[in-house]
Design a protein around this ligand. Structure first.
Ligand SMILES: [Zn+2]
Length: 699
């Protein structure tokens, strides 16, 4: 982050208008300055929107935005993975320069200046609403935002491990914070819905048609919610919409995204509309997601920092600067599978794809990128390969050689990892020419994808043979080992599960996921001390990984280390986690030291965030009783028993509460009847029946 002299946005806006010949953004900003809104569409391929001609699209709101603004028909994403792509969108830098190469195991470094930081320094209020766990503040994108809403489970979403927020909740969160923003402001709203699994809510599922109806249904649902957001924005807001990456939908053999760099994953929607932006125009020049940040600076009336990889889109409106090249990469194959990373370089009509062999596509003659002409056009392939190498060299990187999987660890984090006997950075290693090329491995990836889906559907009997088959063919396949472990865990084969998770952790030592799963296996094996060790390692790698901090804190509390448990919870909260288990554990610690009021608040917060779990409600009810609030306690017991009525002891406790503290004989009678109905033991049932008779001596 570099410091910039804060200047009046209005003055800079005037300078900008002069510098672009006055064609764009010529209208004066409204009182208080501009409202600049960035909307990012996860997993949305451009050619599935109506404005790009998809016949089955139901995207009236985005199409209308295109009609009143500019559609950039050919925008390339820099990387088909959510976190690295958003790091590019927000920084204007390609991944080799911002350093984020994959989800969850990388953090955007503080030293990178994001557009939110730049605009905040220029006097803008800044806020963001994100809808996927991979964009949580922990991963560094919150830099520069005054408000960063990454609380996916807020309002009782129902899933304590929620990894996504649906579009209706995203729009609600964004519109709720609009009145709190003061102009000039920059607002970023991220929608996640088109990401797998495809499950559009009604009526979008039923309305969808065509070969990818469920995927298109998610886009239609997202579009409707974007329509609601656009309607809530001020009439003079400037809106920029961009996709983070697309979806292959089977192109090249890849069902989703992350592996290949074909147009399905690479080509994303890019739209711009607002005051002074000409309406109904299409720009056919090649553009890049790296162009978004410099454009946002210009729209805000500020000069972008020097040395960005992207450039403002606004000169394109005057017909200038059409001749950009684009760079794209995918390192997910390298980090998840130890396959060769793919890179793509596009110039004019040509797309060059670098793997263990060159690929060349003539986008003018073959927009579907279906025919590799590298062998027919070796001179062109060679020229583009040289341009790609030169670009990489300028970014301090080579096609092959050592690649650091180093996250942007703070010295403190690194020291803690080392104190646990754990040194990060072991993953990655070297990009060598003899690694498998992802284009040859799509069958293996498709098997892993199919198996992971089966695991999510609870069909481990079908998934496990598939996964074990993959690990035999491809021995560094991190996701296959991890998914196989989950199936073995479910089957109760705990030692085998543990072996699979340990192998996964060896293959990808940067990921907290297999360590967390190993911790769960160890808990079930009754090995608390070893479980604590692996949860502690997982916690250092990713303090917000769902369930890690709460399990670690519970283990520490269980052996009397209350202060250490409290410190773990505090760090998880500070890192942005709002997992219900954190509240539950903090409540347990508060109750243990006698602070019942604090415990009650935490139990209630846990219940709100995990509405299908009776445990926090039981604890809240007990705390309410201790606090002398029997009415509230009774209500909490009833809510808990609604979730799980088969607990006679809890019904009996409720009956006692009704009788002794509330003087409510009818309530007590009803609770006792439920207790009797739920009690399987004849002796205990007889005593409950006695109790009921004493309650009603007349009957
Ligand atoms: Zn994404």
């Amino acid at each position: 982050m570099s410091l910039r002299a804060s200047s009046s946005a209005a003055v800079l806006l005037a300078l900008f208008v002069a510098s672009t010949g006055g064609a764009a953004v010529a209208e004066p900003a409204a009182a208080g300055g501009p409202a600049v809104v960035l909307i990012t569409l996860d997993t949305t391929r451009a050619d599935h929107l109506g404005a790009w001609g998809w016949p089955h699209a139901r995207t009236p709101n985005l199409d209308a935005l295109a009609a009143r603004g500019i559609r950039f028909a050919r925008c390339d994403s820099a990387v088909p993975i959510t976190l690295p792509s958003h790091a590019t969108i927000l920084s204007g830098l390609y991944p080799p320069r911002h350093g984020v190469r994959d989800n969850a195991t990388f953090v955007l470094a503080e030293s990178v200046e994001t557009v939110a930081e730049g605009l905040a320094a220029g006097g803008f209020d800044t806020a963001a609403v994100v809808s996927a766990a991979v964009l949580a503040r922990r991963y560094g994108l919150a830099q520069g935002f005054r408000l960063y809403d990454d609380d996916l489970a807020a309002g009782g979403a129902g899933d304590p491990d929620a990894v996504e927020r649906r579009a209706a909740a995203t729009t609600a969160a964004a519109t709720a914070l609009l009145p709190t923003l003061r102009r000039p402001y920059f607002l970023w709203v991220h929608y996640f819905d088109p990401h797998e699994d495809y499950a559009p809510p009604p009526p979008y599922a039923a309305q969808a048609r065509g070969p990818h109806a469920a995927y298109d249904g998610e886009i239609a649902y997202m579009d409707a919610e974007i329509g609601r957001l656009l309607a809530a924005l001020p009439a003079d807001a400037t809106v920029l919409v961009v996709g983070d990456h697309g979806e292959m939908l089977g192109d090249g053999g890849e069902p989703t995204h992350g592996l290949l760099l074909g147009h399905g994953a690479r080509r994303v929607p890019l739209l711009l509309a607002g005051p002074g932006i000409p309406g109904g125009r299409t720009v056919d020049c090649l553009t890049r997601t790296a162009d978004v940040a410099p454009t946002l600076y210009r729209l805000a009336g500020l000069a972008p920092p020097a040395g960005l990889d992207g450039a403002s889109l606004l000169p394109l409106l005057d017909g200038d600067d059409c001749g950009r090249t684009s760079y794209a990469e995918s390192f997910l194959p390298f980090f998840a599978y130890r396959w060769y990373p793919l890179r793509a370089f596009s110039e004019g009509r040509w797309l060059y794809v670098h793997g263990t062999r060159p690929g060349l596509y003539d986008l003018a003659a073959d927009p579907a990128e279906s025919r590799d002409v590298a062998a027919e056009q070796p001179a062109i392939a060679g020229r583009l390969a040289a341009l790609l190498k030169a670009l990489l060299a300028a970014m301090g990187e080579r096609l092959e050689g050592k690649v650091s999987a180093e996250r942007a660890l703070s010295d403190e984090e690194r020291a803690r990892l080392e104190s646990l006997g754990y040194v990060g950075g072991g993953a990655g290693g070297e990009v060598r020419h003899d690694l498998p090329d992802p284009r040859d491995m799509v069958g293996v990836a498709a098997d892993v994808h199919r198996a992971a889906k089966l695991v999510r559907q609870g069909r481990c009997a079908d998934a496990l043979p598939l996964l074990l088959g993959v690990t035999r063919r491809d021995r560094y396949n991190f996701p296959a080992y991890n998914q196989a472990g989950l199936c073995l865990l479910e089957a109760g084969r705990l030692r085998s599960a543990l072996n699979a998770f340990e192998r996964a952790a060896q293959v990808n030592p940067q990921s907290a996921v297999p360590l967390k799963n190993a911790g769960n296996a160890l808990l079930r094996l009754g090995e608390a001390r070893r479980a604590e060790e692996v949860f502690a390692r997982a916690f250092e790698l990713d303090p917000i990984s769902p369930g890690v901090a709460s399990n670690l804190a519970a283990l520490l509390r269980g052996r009397g280390a209350a202060a250490e448990a409290a410190a773990v919870l505090e760090r998880a909260f500070a890192a942005g986690s709002r997992h219900p288990g954190l509240y539950l554990e903090r409540g347990m610690l508060a109750a243990a030291r006698g602070d019942v009021a604090a415990a009650f608040d935490d139990f209630l917060a846990a219940a709100e965030r995990d509405p299908h779990n009776p445990v926090p409600l039981d604890n809240a009810a007990k705390a309410a009783e201790l606090l002398g609030r029997p009415q509230q306690a009774a209500e909490l017991y009833r809510r808990s028993l609604d979730l799980d009525p088969g607990r006679p002891a809890l019904w009996a406790a409720l009956a006692t509460l009704y009788l002794q503290q509330l003087g409510d004989r009818d309530g007590a009678r009803h609770a006792l009847e439920q207790a009797i109905a739920a009690e399987p033991d004849p002796g205990r049932r007889a005593r409950l029946e006695d109790f009921l008779r004493q309650l009603d001596p007349g009957s």
